[in-house]
Structures are given as structure tokens and as C-alpha cells.
Design a binder for this molecule. Structure first.
Ligand code: BV8
Ligand code: ZN
Length: 244
């Protein structure tokens, strides 16, 4: 993995507005499988068939099984040095926006403040019909699925394929991306839209685009700086350089 460019450190030192987009890769070192990497959840569960409204209508118990398995797994993991480095980075800039596609809540647990959760939060549930938050516990072992007072089915409060992202979150994310002087895309395969268009939007508006990812992605060629490696190793190096 190449050392961090001095020119990038200078750009960051001069920047007032920084935005970051994270994906499943930043949580990989915490032990949370990614979607499309070789340990990917998608392989075992073909998630693109499970993270959909149709799958839930056809087989709500199976979709719930997948989310309860992930929820249990995420309750046992901790943030990693990549998450903590982003907390330190946020404290170094007066205008810092953390946009995440992740639903694992690890950025908040690490201490990040200004977070935009584009795809929801796996620990929360809501009614499929009226959208009301559901505070009860979900236990499918008894065979029946939780119902809302209105009679609607309870579902995880995440954004499935074909569903609109929360308007406030995605609008603020586009705004932060368009105003950013430096935009870092971290741990994402950059193929799920509209999240994947945020780094492109930042670049189009003049931002210095940085990618930190284990594998090359459709963004790599567009990035001003592309570091192929683990975010848990690279981000702390950037923070160290900025603080020295
Ligand atoms: C919408 C649910 C519109 C929560 C998720 C054709 C072209 C373009 C777009 C589309 C299309 N067909 C359909 C679409 C739209 C679709 C889409 O983008 N599909 C893609 C697959 C082509 N998007 C949607 O449907 C969105 N909604 O567009 O609505 C609309 C319009 C009108 C009316 C109604 C609706 C909704 C998208 C949200 C879907 N929900 N998840 C959950 O269960 O988690 S998406 C799912 O993928 C996760 O949220 C995840 O965050 C997201 C992106 O994946 P990544 O985070 O990037 O993870 P991945 O495994 O792919 O990559 C990890 C990377 O990390 C790898 O590259 C790896 O190398 C790297 N890595 C691994 N370890 C490390 C590392 N990097 C650094 N360090 C490490 N240690
Ligand atoms: Zn309801």
C-alpha cells in the first residue's frame, strides 16, 4: 500500500468542507461480512433477492431470518480503527459530513456525530403499511410475524432495492458532496445508486476525490488519489499525518 501523498495532506490541511461516503468495506475489519467481497453476504444469501419488497411479500419469514442473523452478528462486533479514524477526522474540520450506506450503526457507536444513514438502520423496525416505528421485539421462532396496530406487517427500517432513500438524508448528502473540497469514498464497490453518484457529483463540482478500497471500483479511474488497501490501516495514517 503506497504512502499517503504529501499533496493530499496539503489539500486536506487547507480544506474547510470535507465529505465522506462509506460502504460495507469499512466494517469488514470489525468482522461484518461485506456484500460483494469474497466473504460477501450476497453469495450466501443472494441479498439482492432478499433486500427487496417482493422477497418480503413472498417470504417475510426468510427475509426476517436474514435480518435477525445480521442484527445478531452486528450486536457482537465493535467499531474498528477505520471508524475511530473518521471520528478524529470529523474533529479536525468544522464542516465534515459522514454519509454511510451501512445499516450497522458502527459509525455512531464509534462516536461520529454528523452522520447521514442513506439506507436506514438495521436495529430499527417499522410498519410496512403505515410506516410507524415498531418498538416491540421481533421473535419469529414462535412462527407468527409481528404486526402493527393497524394490521400491517412489521419490517426492518432499511431501504430495499426499488425503494426511495430517506429524502432528507439523500438531499443533504448531495448538498455536502457538491460543496466538499475533499471527498473520500471508503470501503464501497460504488455500484449501488443513488449513493454511488455522490463521489461523481463531488468531483463534478471541483472536489479532490480520494478512494480507499481493498479492490478497484468504477470510481478508481476518476479518483485523484486511490489507495488500494484496508481502511482500518490507511485512515489512521491520514489522521496521523494531519495531526503531526
Ligand atoms: C432506488 C439494504 C429508485 C439495507 C441496500 C441499474 C443501474 C443503476 C441503478 C439501478 C439499476 N437497476 C436498479 C437500480 C437502482 C438500485 C441499484 O443501484 N442497483 C444496483 C445493484 C445496480 N438502487 C436502488 O434500488 C435504490 N433505490 O434507486 O430507488 C426509485 C425511483 C423511483 C421510485 C422508487 C424508487 C435503493 C438502494 C439501497 C438498496 N439497499 N441495502 C441492507 O440490508 O443492508 S444496498 C446494499 O449495497 C447495502 O446497503 C450496501 O451498503 C450497499 C452498497 O454495497 P457496499 O457498501 O459498497 O458493499 P460491497 O460489499 O458492494 O463493497 C464493499 C467494498 O469494500 C468492496 O469493494 C471491497 O473491496 C471493499 N473492502 C472490503 N474490505 C475492506 C474494503 N475496503 C477497505 N478496507 C477493507 N478492510
Ligand atoms: Zn401500521
Amino acid at each position: 500500500m503506497s504512502a499517503i501523498d504529501n499533496k493530499l495532506i496539503d489539500r486536506l490541511r487547507k480544506a474547510k468542507k470535507v465529505a465522506v461516503l462509506t460502504g460495507a468495506g469499512i466494517s469488514a475489519e470489525s468482522g461484518v461480512p461485506t456484500f460483494r467481497g469474497n466473504d460477501g453476504l450476497w453469495k450466501k444469501f443472494r441479498a439482492e433477492e432478499l433486500a427487496t419488497v417482493d422477497a418480503f411479500m413472498d417470504n417475510p419469514a426468510l427475509v426476517w431470518e436474514w435480518y435477525l442473523f445480521r442484527r445478531d452478528l452486528m450486536s457482537k462486533v465493535e467499531p474498528n480503527p477505520g471508524h475511530y479514524a473518521l471520528v478524529e477526522l470529523e474533529n479536525l474540520f468544522n464542516d465534515f459530513t459522514l454519509i454511510t450506506q451501512n445499516v450497522d450503526g458502527l459509525h455512531r457507536r464509534a462516536g461520529s456525530k454528523n452522520i447521514l444513514e442513506l439506507h436506514g438502520n438495521i436495529t430499527l423496525n417499522k410498519c410496512f403499511d403505515c410506516g410507524k416505528a415498531f418498538e416491540g421485539t421481533v421473535d419469529i421462532s414462535l412462527g407468527e410475524l409481528p404486526k402493527c396496530a393497524c394490521g400491517g406487517k412489521i419490517r426492518p427500517d432499511v431501504v430495499w432495492f426499488g425503494e426511495l432513500l430517506p429524502a432528507a438524508a439523500i438531499n443533504k448528502a448531495f448538498e455536502a458532496s457538491q460543496e466538499a473540497e475533499v471527498f473520500l469514498s471508503i470501503g464501497t464497490s460504488a455500484i449501488v445508486h443513488p449513493a454511488a453518484s455522490l463521489p461523481v457529483e463531488a468531483k463534478r463540482h471541483g472536489a479532490c476525490l480520494v478512494e480507499i478500497n481493498l479492490d478497484p471500483t468504477p470510481l478508481t479511474a476518476l479518483a485523484d488519489y486511490a489507495y488500494q488497501g484496508k481502511s482500518g490501516e490507511i485512515l489512521p495514517q491520514i489522521v496521523e499525518r494531519l495531526k503531526s
